[in-house]
Design a protein around this ligand. Structure first.
Ligand code: NDP
Length: 346
């Protein structure tokens, strides 16, 4: 079984009817000898906002390839790809053996043949829930780690604001910032999420941005002396409001702007000139450039998990057939925590 994108989506929220679950027939559970390939049984899939961008056809090269819609290549059954966790069922690559668990880019399908397995990360800590490698111990956790510690250049006592704070990246950034000794406020789109931020994740304050008629005023309430660090996950009106509240020499880590991903033309930011007067450093980053930090990150965060010094919340959906709805849910804020899809538990 595989999930295909049926056609490109120029703009607007993706719908379940834009994707389809197909059965491709039988497959050989062996990789060709000498091919260096690895065959995975897929266990957990990660739903990530950047996957929306891959559903639109781009004329200019982007940092990720567009998906190849199913209607064009049905004979070859090219599924949607994304981060996930799998178990090696056969390997002709010297670094991987049958029974190993790995995470990396895999297909939205029951089994994936990985022809370039050097891009996969071997999972060493199988005592931790394997699904964590779609999130806190995988690409998402590393994003929070390099985004906060490297891009934000934090100092103890600084005032940090995190948007989409109850999501996959946001919940981890907020906790890193608290451990570091910062004052941390998060925004989220429901009262349930706001409550989680304050009670489970230890944010100092949190607010429901959907209930705030004026985001600039809301931020002023929580940051009367201004924001030193903004961890940007949403863009749009929130970024506008943040710029008005930033302190001189503040830093903005531009991690993502989910409010823009369904738009054909991204919204403009009217007050960008504020970064000049306030000498703000606004820096975009991509986690892919920081994979070299993975081993150091993994050991630190595994320790934090084992010592229960970091909390982690997953939103788990069962079944490959439910993956399209789970992905779409990110753009409606339906996920509470990291959105994971279970293909198989073993
Ligand atoms: P989340 O788990 O946070 O899920 C997305 C959340 O975004 C939703 O739950 C919803 O929460 C919020 N949201 C959806 N639409 C809007 C909107 N229009 N305005 C404001 N908020 C909205 O996702 P991730 O943690 O995986 O990703 C967070 C950000 O990090 C994304 O922008 C993503 O692209 C980026 N990212 C960047 C990486 C990099 O290398 N730079 C790597 C990984 C992620 P709510 O209910 O609060 O609205």
């Amino acid at each position: 079984k595989q999930v295909l994108l049926k056609h490109f989506i120029p703009e607007g929220a993706p719908k379940e009817t834009d994707m389809e679950l197909v059965t491709t027939g039988t497959i050989r559970l062996r990789v060709p000898e000498g091919s260096n390939a690895v065959l995975l049984k897929n266990l957990y899939l990660s739903c990530d906002p950047y996957m929306r961008m891959r559903m639109t056809k781009h004329e200019e090269a982007s940092y990720v390839d567009d998906f190849v819609p199913g209607a064009d290549v049905k004979a070859k059954s090219k599924p949607i790809t994304g981060f996930g966790v799998g178990k090696v069922v056969d390997s002709s690559h010297p670094d991987f053996k049958t029974g190993d668990y790995v995470w990396g880019l895999i297909g939205w399908e029951e089994y994936s043949l990985i022809t370039k397995p050097q891009g996969l990360f071997k999972i060493h800590h199988t005592e931790i829930p394997l699904s964590y490698y779609t999130g806190i111990l995988g690409m998402v956790g590393l994003t929070a780690y390099v985004g906060f510690y490297d891009i934000c250049s934090p100092k103890k006592g600084e005032r940090v604001f995190v948007s989409a704070a109850a999501g996959a990246v946001g919940q981890i950034v907020g906790q890193f910032a608290k451990h570091f000794g910062c004052y941390v406020v998060g925004s989220a789109g429901s009262d349930e999420k706001v409550n989680l931020l304050k009670t489970k994740f230890g944010f100092d304050e949190a607010f429901n941005y959907k209930k705030e008629p004026d985001l600039t005023k809301a931020l002023k309430r929580y940051f009367p002396e201004g924001i030193d660090i903004y961890f940007e996950n949403v863009g749009g009106p929130m970024l506008e409001a943040v710029l008005h509240n930033m302190r001189i020499k503040g830093r903005i880590a531009a991690c993502g702007m989910i409010s823009q991903y369904n738009l054909e033309k991204p919204e403009g930011v009217h007050n960008l000139f504020l970064i000049v007067g306030k000498r703000i450093r606004l820096e975009g980053f991509l986690v892919f450039d920081h994979y070299g930090s993975y081993p150091e990150f993994e050991e630190k965060v595994v320790q934090l998990i084992k010592e229960e010094k970091i909390k982690y919340l997953e939103d788990i959906v069962e079944g490959l057939e439910n993956a399209p709805a789970a992905l779409i849910g990110l753009f409606e804020g339906r996920n509470v925590g990291k959105q994971v899809v279970v293909v198989s538990r073993e």
